[in-house]
Ligand binder design. Structure first.
Ligand SMILES: [Zn+2]
Length: 289
């Protein structure tokens, strides 16, 4: 089992964010592209389906589908089949998706197992905050879960102007606004804290009160921290495997997240922990205003 390398003890609450999902996407794509699902099993009454489709129907729909591509939108993985249909996966807090040999038993809490020639794809999620949607051809734009997401931070659509527009009427703390995925998609607890620290912005500052300069800096740092993490294949999180036995290296490069009572790298003040939008939030009271 892989362990998130930090002394912070609440690591169980960590969940995959954009860089981790992107890492999983690349690993799965190289393995699954062009492969056909021979057999499938879906856990009866799986909470991941939230009654959008029955387990029996989903199973039937998956059999004989060929994986054409795997895309990502925010923290969602989108498996595209040659038929034009899609399987959309969100890993929630504790979801993991990876391949095992066909003669291996499914891990506990498996909600979906798709068997290909030579290996099986399994999706396991103990706490069931994840989601699983089957989407018909051309239906992706009508999926509410994807519709309400803000721009992709690493795409051209995420301009400084759009970011400013998305923040200007938001009176909530900037950290809460970043977490809710509407101003920009893909950020969770780790990368919000890292981007705010690098931008010298206090996580409790109202989004609408950010100056033009702060928005410019935050826009730049959101993109920078995500790109750096993707280059390191994300952070390694307990229960999160993007490929069996391999782990991401970005945890070692975190500057603020999980560093309560440690010294700020910039000013040597003590790093504090607070709660914003129900989530642990780490910041330097001296650097972040
Ligand atoms: Zn500091």
């Amino acid at each position: 089992m892989l362990i998130f390398q930090t002394r912070w003890q609440n690591w169980k609450k960590l969940m995959p964010e954009l860089p981790e999902v992107e890492t999983i996407r690349c690993a799965l794509l190289s393995k699954l592209k062009g492969k056909v699902i021979i057999k499938a099993s879906v856990k009866n009454g799986s909470r991941l389906l939230r009654d959008t489709v029955s387990a029996a129907t989903l199973k039937k729909k998956l059999i004989k589908q060929r994986i054409k591509d795997i895309k990502r939108r925010g923290k969602y993985l989108i498996l595209e089949f040659s038929s034009g249909d899609f399987l959309v996966v969100h890993l929630g807090m504790t979801g993991v998706i990876y391949t095992i040999d066909n003669d291996q038993a499914s891990p506990t809490h498996t909600h979906l197992r798709a068997e290909f020639k030579g290996f099986s794809l399994v999706l396991s999620d103990p706490r069931t905050f994840g989601r699983l949607f089957y989407v018909k051809k051309d239906g992706l734009n009508n999926l509410p879960a994807l519709n309400k997401l803000g721009p992709e931070p690493l795409e051209k659509e995420f301009t400084r102007q759009i970011f400013r527009e998305n923040l200007k009427n938001r009176k909530a703390p900037i950290k809460a606004v970043l977490l809710d995925q509407k101003a920009v998609s893909g950020l969770g607890n780790i990368y919000c804290d890292e981007a705010l620290f690098r931008s010298a912005i206090h996580p409790l500052k109202k989004a609408c009160d950010l100056s033009v300069h702060e928005i410019k800096k935050l826009h730049q740092e959101v993109r920078a921290v995500l790109k750096e993490s993707i280059a390191c294949q994300g952070c390694t999180i307990r229960d999160y495997q993007w490929d069996q036995g391999k782990s991401g290296g970005f945890a070692k490069k975190l500057r603020i997240y999980g560093k309560e009572d440690k010294t700020c790298l910039t000013c040597h003040s003590k790093i504090l922990r607070s709660t914003v939008a129900g989530r642990s939030t780490f910041y330097c009271p001296n650097c972040q205003k």
